[in-house]
Design a binder for this molecule. Sequence first.
Ligand code: BGC
Length: 578
Amino acid sequence: MSRIRSRAGTAVLTALALTGAACVGTAAALPADSGTAAAACTVDYKVQNQWGSGFTTAVTVTNNGAAVNSWNLTWSYAGDQKVTNGWNADLSQSGAAVTAKNASYNGALATGASASFGFNATYSGSNALPASFKLNGVTCNEDTDPTDPTDPTDPTDPTEPGDRVDNPYAGAKVYVNPEWSAKAKAEPGGSRIANQPTGVWLDRIAAINGVGDGMGLRDHLDAALAQKGSSEQVVQLVVYNLPGRDCAALASNGELGPTEIDKYKTDYINPIAAILAEPKYAGLRIVTTIEIDSLPNLITNVSGRPTATPNCDVMKANGNYQKGVAYALDKLGDIGNVYNYIDAGHHGWLGWDDNFGASAEMFKTTASGNGAKLSDVHGFIVNTANYSALKENNFAIGDSVAGKSVRESKWVDWNRYTDELSYAQAMRTKLVSLGFDQNLGMLIDTSRNGWGGAARPAGPGATTDVDTYVNGGRYDRRIHLGNWCNQSGAGLGERPQANPATGIDAYVWMKPPGESDGSSKAIDNDEGKGFDRMCDPTYTGNPRNNNNMSGALPDAPVSGHWFSAQFQELMKNAYPAL
Ligand code: BGC
């Protein structure tokens, strides 16, 4: 997973090509040696279209060296890619090595001039980007003077974002939010986890400059730079302020009404993007988690479904969730060191056949309309602020007991997945099949899905019948999979870590442990937060949790506020134990 992503690589190569051209255009005004600092040539290699067995690529090569009358561009493939036909160049291939020679009409390339060509090819397995290119034998996209700060290809240049890497978490430290850390440390026993990284939630416009005396976005980024030292450093931000937010619930309704999409763009996303693009932050790897719980609601909680809510119908009809998410992806995706991860619910929400494919399609249409491109998406996050177990070891979806499949048990209820890891990996495969980057990375929020403590089953349940088997073995002790508010019995899950499993960029604690999901009774507030009875321990439920008790802890404050009893419960039931 340390390889450069093809999509990210494309973005970077494009930037190089464009900046290279601009540099050349102004070369006369620059000091004499500036021209020699740029790469001798830059190549923008873009996979424009890809299906199961083939792909189409557009290539633009820019000559930054002395003028030439003819050229050949060479590269090799790591996989079994085979060029079948091309245009605007004469392409040939021997084994993995490809040579593109100029056509009769585009051989002359003055300094700064570009030629473009394209081709179709076949492949199987993965279609990794070529690692390097040579123009007339000279390596392209390579810094010829690493000390020159005006050189856009210089990785140490503070004014240019670094190369996006395949997995931003690999080999990097992750930002410890001092505000959360202080609250954790103030709790008895809290210092055991106070140095863990957690997400910084930009949950309202005021959060950008800091609510009250709190830290604003720049404060967090400055603190992240201070933590960085000479390592790579990830900062995890949660972008969470859509118009008509949280349409299927009330606990996290926000400040913007359903129609306030313009305000979302100008007063929320634009200022965030402006700060993230500041040159001093170019050395940070900024992970953005885009709009929790929004797009899936447009699939599962709209008319035609037993779980429909009027507010989700409104948001579906006005399109403002899709427009907002697309705008965020587009603006933030323009910043070379930002890694966008879209929220993809969790298995206990989207793991049913009716929801799974339709949600993946919704992610695709959203990320390829209203100015967004699939290449603006680095990955997806699952289980954000939820409690679904990472891995249920005591039963599997394919098991049968007393003539019944696990899928028929009350707990699984025909879901396709039993846990988050299998769901995340399957969702990833589905998204790639729809055209998202084949190196897409997933994040799993493990902040509260540990389910350890005394109630954790030591082995599979008895095989008398399928419900006894599943209920006796499952780690997730919720009353119903649809329960989501301040769950009693939950524990901290896997500690944040990079590259924990195939296709997974990291386990993260995006929801800061100890911050409430919603108040147990109505509490006045100026944050737009409502009272959702799913947070009331006496509530007997609704169709979304199949009319079960809510399983919520009592005496909880408004969502996002510190909830000491929950923090203690999470530590007590941590798995792995603290
Ligand atoms: C709340 C946010 C809060 C976040 C993290 C959400 O449920 O609505 O205000 O920042 O949780 O705790």
